[in-house]
Design a binder for this molecule. Structure first.
Ligand SMILES: Nc1nc2c(c(=O)[nH]1)N[C@H]1C(S)=C(S)[C@@H](COP(=O)(O)O)O[C@H]1N2
Ligand SMILES: [Mo]
Length: 192
């Protein structure tokens, strides 16, 4: 016999119409609105988990700042976007490393969130983007670096490295010689 239906999962495609789904949100969150059904789901999840085992937090990416549609994307949301693969060698803490990364173009994510231009003349290229890691590390990109009409650099939010799925998100910036802008444990992109 089928068990009780799990609460309906919201797909990222619905976020623009109803974007207050961030768990760090303003109180009008999906968690509050789901009320009792969520408590039931948590109870069921707790019953299913082996005792003492704490599930690793599943990575999420918040897109915030000067955008029309702030949103939070889960790993499974991100897997639904077309995949882009980039291959590069960069120098990091352990010398030069060569790898093939695949993930979602930052440009694609930005387009969905829809940057809001400042008032004034020709302001679309003023945007800068800060990519933040969970440890507080952050790096800046300019929108002209990733806009296909300008440099069109294939900056991705990587979901896999050398074919193996990652357990946290990583920004990958092709063309950079040093790995400094490859933000690991990426959790937020803010648009200025
Ligand atoms: N979240 C986060 N990402 C980061 C860093 C960091 O400190 N925090 N360091 C950067 C730097 S300077 C390098 S060289 C590479 C590799 O750093 P690691 O070997 O210390 O991870 O990660 C980059 N991404
Ligand atoms: Mo570095």
């Amino acid at each position: 016999m089928p068990g009780p239906k799990p609460p309906e999962r919201r797909r990222f495609t619905q976020y623009p119409a109803d974007h207050n789904v961030s768990p760090h949100g303003n109180g009008n969150s999906i968690f509050m609105r789901m009320g009792g059904r969520l408590s039931l789901a948590l109870l069921l999840a707790a019953a299913a988990a082996p005792a003492g085992a704490e599930a690793p937090a599943s990575p999420q990416l918040e897109i915030a700042g000067r955008v029309a549609h702030p949103q939070v994307l889960t790993l499974s949301d991100l897997r639904h976007f077309p995949a882009t693969t980039v291959e590069l060698t960069q120098t990091g803490g352990h010398g030069p490393q060569h790898a093939t990364w695949s993930g979602v173009l930052l440009w694609t994510l930005l387009q969905r969130a829809a940057p809001v231009d400042e008032p004034g003349r020709k302001t679309t290229l003023r945007h800068t983007i800060l990519a933040h890691g969970t440890d507080g590390y952050a790096v800046a990109l300019a929108v002209g670096e990733i806009d296909p009409a300008f440099e069109g650099k294939q900056v991705i939010v990587a979901l896999a490295r050398d074919g193996a799925p990652l357990h946290s998100l990583e920004l990958v910036v092709p063309g950079d010689r040093h790995a400094g802008r490859d933000v690991h444990d990426l959790d937020k992109v803010s648009v200025n």
